[in-house]
Design a protein around this ligand. Structure first.
Ligand SMILES: [Zn+2]
Length: 281
């Protein structure tokens, strides 16, 4: 869908003669560790630099290096990618990176700070319309000047500075995080009622899903669509039951909204007839 509306993102890749500023900086600071992925690597100049430095690195770029990674990584680099994507495409990349990151891994994002106006413009070299927009992430800023900002990201349940008491505001580090966006996250439930039982949780502490902003509600839907693919691949369910407990009468235990995505397996109950309607039988 979005590919058709924003078709020229690959034209924004730069032919560089030297490695990018963010790759040099994260390397100088000793932040590149273990298995490394350059997500949105363009022509691969930073890949060459990291190979020369002896890193175990691979690249992914939907246009230039289209083989999607099948592994998980200790360090993921994503430099100057998000600025040329529509918001829902940015979210897709953030979900992909969070799910490709090992639980203790870290990702680094570089975004441009010199964009004057969001929208399409005619690319100076290629003469075709390319999109660009201002991007601000709620992750730890590790460098900022007038042209660029770098962020460090780790899974929400690996944060060491989270003082929240609510188990949904501060998900346990032992939980397996499937994917995350700036507004919500998906984890395998710590007390699953079925293999692959997943919770989609907004990051903001709100009991009632209907009181979340439309952006937050939409974000949870996008995340559920993303993670059901992984649940299907990992657990091969025959179907899903999905829903929310909203209010004590509906069985809600913690005052923090959560969407349950429960994989269903043929024969997992005596009579599945009526599905979710059977709750009140
Ligand atoms: Zn909470």
């Amino acid at each position: 869908m979005s590919d058709l509306q924003n078709p020229n993102t690959h034209l924004t890749a730069k032919e560089r003669s030297t490695p990018s500023l963010p790759v040099r900086m994260v390397h100088e600071r000793g932040l590149i560790l273990g298995k490394v992925l350059d997500f949105g690597c363009g022509f691969g100049k930073d890949l060459d630099f990291l190979h020369q430095k002896g890193f175990d690195v691979q690249g992914f770029d939907p246009h230039y290096f289209p083989q999607y990674p099948s592994d998980t990584f200790d360090t993921i680099l994503c430099f100057y990618v998000l600025n040329v994507l529509f918001p829902e495409e940015q979210n897709q990349v953030l979900m992909q990176i969070s799910s490709l990151l090992k639980p203790t891994g870290k990702a680094y994002f570089a975004v441009r700070r010199d964009i004057q106006k969001d929208g399409f413009r005619t690319h100076q070299v290629h003469g075709k319309p390319t999109y660009q927009c201002f991007v601000k992430l709620p992750y730890t800023s590790i460098f900022l000047n007038e042209n660029t900002e770098f962020y460090e990201y780790k899974h929400i349940n690996q944060a060491t500075d989270n003082q929240a008491k609510c188990p949904f505001c501060k998900p346990a580090s032992r939980l397996i995080l499937l994917a995350e966006t700036p507004l919500s996250y998906a984890v395998l439930d710590g007390y699953p009622v079925a293999k692959g039982h997943t919770l989609i949780v907004p990051k903001r502490h709100m009991a009632d899903y209907f009181e979340l902003t439309f952006e937050e509600q939409k974000d949870m839907v996008q995340l559920s669509v993303f993670v059901q693919k992984r649940i299907k691949a990992d657990f091969q369910p025959d179907g899903f039951t999905t829903g929310m407990n909203i209010g004590k009468s509906a069985g809600q235990k913690f005052p923090h909204a959560a969407l349950h995505l429960i994989p269903r397996y043929t024969g997992d109950c005596k009579n599945p007839s009526g599905g979710i309607r059977a709750i009140l039988k």
